[in-house]
Design a protein around this ligand. Structure first.
Ligand code: 5AD
Ligand code: SF4
Length: 467
């Protein structure tokens, strides 16, 4: 008996010792899918340095905050958590704290992080995240000197590109989905948006290297590929060879052998071409699903936002899409409370939402971003914005529910993507059109396709059973 206890104790101590010798990291990610995917690259780099991931509450040697600045709420959440990390640093001064991504890409924010959080060791902007390993080595080597470096890249230098992607290790965390960047940055300068200032001008990856990555993911068993970019439709515009464009890329990806799905985001309505719609319609792998942000239904507001399309053009795109793909699921982003939005402009937004009948909409209250043209305009009171978004969400929920009900009784192919977080013995996944379905299944089903009969719907969620 004592022998057994002794062996267990030794094993326990050995485990503690190994845990102490192992180096751990934790990444806190804020913001869009692009950031989630960039965190997979940060994880890959840290794992290549022999760090292993640890959970919230466990001791980490490196804590990374991968930040977002698209709205005030995202910034405040990150700043709050960076503040909380002070206690961890106090408990263990050897912890390395890094703040990276969109927030510190703005020099003024990088400076204020330095001032407010002097315990932060590393600050890197969006296009030099691949410098994380060398920065960690620098901090380790120069700890006592406490020399800190703040690196925000000149975003207009095309050489930045060399720093961001090819060859960066990545630890994919969302099997059976694989995220693949095809274009970085944005040239559009919508007047409300900070992205072009923190992610720089558009830079497309080479077509061969994207195709290679897709093939590697498919060979590795991934079943859904999502192509990422601020505006995937301008893929290739910065490359001289005119065969390098988004429609051709889709065509070539569709020709890759294997059973897998392809989605992409985000599409700017001004750049969505007939050729892309044709590829979507003709392809067996590209999902009948499109995220097409409208932002506003008012032509005046769209002009003030510098969106370069009007409501008529937008509706003609919807018509062209539905003509080719009658069952396409269309989602959107809508913003309320842009500085020049009147009550009538907002009603125009409500009207277009009723006309398009989106399967889902991401709705946002306009948040002034320092340095953007719209932030300098006279602002609308917050209470007005809140009242408008509440009205909009109510209307969209009504439409979403109506569309969900239409699925009931039908059989749809669903890729099992994860165990359902709230329902035991169930998994969840999406239809080709992008609708979330919860159905009977277990861990072993993840990564498999099933025909599922839908028997109930609740708002945006569908529930069903394998056939
Ligand atoms: N305030 C609120 N929402 C914004 N978005 C972009 N900038 C802002 C801002 N300043 C929204 C847009 C975009 C989505 C990713 O975020 O709707 O499509
Ligand atoms: Fe921002 Fe407009 Fe670029 Fe989208 S297209 S990232 S909203 S500037």
């Amino acid at each position: 008996m004592y022998n057994i206890i002794y062996v267990i104790l030794c094993a326990h101590r050995a485990r503690i010792k190994v845990r102490k010798m192992e180096k751990h990291y934790r990444i806190n990610t804020y913001g869009c899918q692009m950031n989630v995917h960039e965190s997979e690259k940060l994880a890959g780099m840290l794992e290549a340095m022999s760090y292993t991931a640890c959970g919230e509450g466990e001791r980490a040697d490196v804590i990374v905050f991968n930040t977002c600045c698209i709205r005030d709420t995202a910034e405040r959440r990150a700043l709050g958590n960076i503040g909380v990390a002070k206690a961890e640093k106090k408990r263990d001064p050897n912890v390395i704290i890094a703040v990276v991504g969109c927030m510190p890409q703005q020099q003024s924010v990088a400076d204020s992080i330095r001032e407010k959080f002097p315990y932060v060791d590393i600050v890197l902007g969006t296009r030099n995240i691949s410098a994380l390993p060398s920065e960690i080595r620098r901090v380790l080597a120069a700890r006592e000197a406490a020399k800190k470096r703040y690196r925000c890249f000149d975003l207009n230098q095309p050489e930045d590109y060399l720093n961001i992607d090819e060859g960066t290790p990545q630890t994919r965390t969302s099997y059976p989905n694989a995220w693949i960047n095809i274009i970085y940055g944005c040239n559009n300068f919508c007047t409300y948006c900070i992205v072009p200032y923190v992610r720089g001008r558009e830079l497309s990856r080479g077509m061969d290297s994207v195709l290679d990555e897709v093939k590697r993911c498919v060979d590795g068993g991934y079943k859904e590929i999502t192509l990422l970019g601020q505006n995937v439709n301008s893929y290739g515009n910065d490359i001289a060879d005119e065969n390098v464009n988004f429609a051709n890329l889709l065509h070539k990806i569709d020709a890759i052998e294997g059973k897998f799905r392809v989605r992409f985001m985000t599409s700017h309505p001004k750049d969505l071409t007939e050729a892309v719609m044709d590829e979507m319609a003709a392809s067996s792998k590209i999902c009948n699903n499109l995220h097409l942000p409208i932002q506003s239904g008012s032509d005046k507001v769209l002009r003030d936002m510098n969106r370069c399309y009007d409501s008529t053009r937008y509706l003609s795109l919807i018509e062209a899409l539905r003509k080719r793909m009658p069952d396409i699921g269309i989602t959107t982003d809508i913003m309320v409370g842009f500085p020049t939005e009147t009550e009538q402009d907002f009603e125009d937004t409500m009207e277009i939402v009723r006309k398009v009948r989106y399967s889902n909409a991401f709705t946002f209250i306009y948040s002034p971003r320092k340095g953007t043209p719209a932030a300098a305009m006279p602002q609308i009171p917050y209470a007005v914005k809140q009242a408008r978004i509440a009205k909009l969400i109510k209307e969209q929920n009504r439409i979403t529910k109506e569309l969900s009900d239409q699925y009931t009784g039908g059989v749809y192919e669903v890729l099992a993507e994860d165990v359902a977080p709230k329902y035991e013995g169930m998994v969840c996944g999406r239809t080709d059109s992008g609708r979330l379905v919860t159905f009977d299944g277990g861990k072993d089903d993840i990564g498999e396709f099933f025909n599922v009969r839908i028997n109930a719907s609740r708002s945006a969620s569908l529930f069903g059973q394998k056939e």
